[in-house]
Design a protein around this ligand. Structure first.
Ligand SMILES: [Zn+2]
Length: 111
């Protein structure tokens, strides 16, 4: 099946498709509704968790190989993982780029 993911509009269309919604649910179930990145850090972040802003955690499903670059993997369960919104934002660097200070903090932590 050919899925066009080259434009923002086509990706939006993909994310609203029923095949995506079904697969998304499968991914969440496979990952036990738990953020996989938090899990690696030894943190448990599930739907009943509260984020650092005091809001209920939102779980999202991420394409490990990006949808835009690998449309053929768009509907492959092995290419999906559950991330909380925080981790998902980090992954796609959706924070504004001026927060690069924040990133530096990690390098500076040695001294
Ligand atoms: Zn997370």
């Amino acid at each position: 099946m050919f899925i066009d993911t080259s434009t923002k509009a086509s990706r939006a269309k993909f994310y609203s498709s029923s095949s995506w919604k079904q697969l998304r649910k499968l991914c969440l179930e496979r990952d036990h509704y738990e953020c996989q990145w938090c899990k690696e850090e030894g943190k448990v972040t599930t739907l009943s968790s509260i984020d650092k802003h005091g809001n209920p955690v939102v779980l999202e499903v991420d394409h490990i190989k990006e949808l835009e670059d690998y449309p053929e993997l768009a509907l492959e369960l092995f290419n999906l993982r559950t991330l909380c919104k925080d981790c998902h934002n980090k992954r796609h660097k959706r924070f504004n780029y001026r927060s690069s200070k924040k990133k530096k903090k990690w390098d500076d932590e040695w001294w």
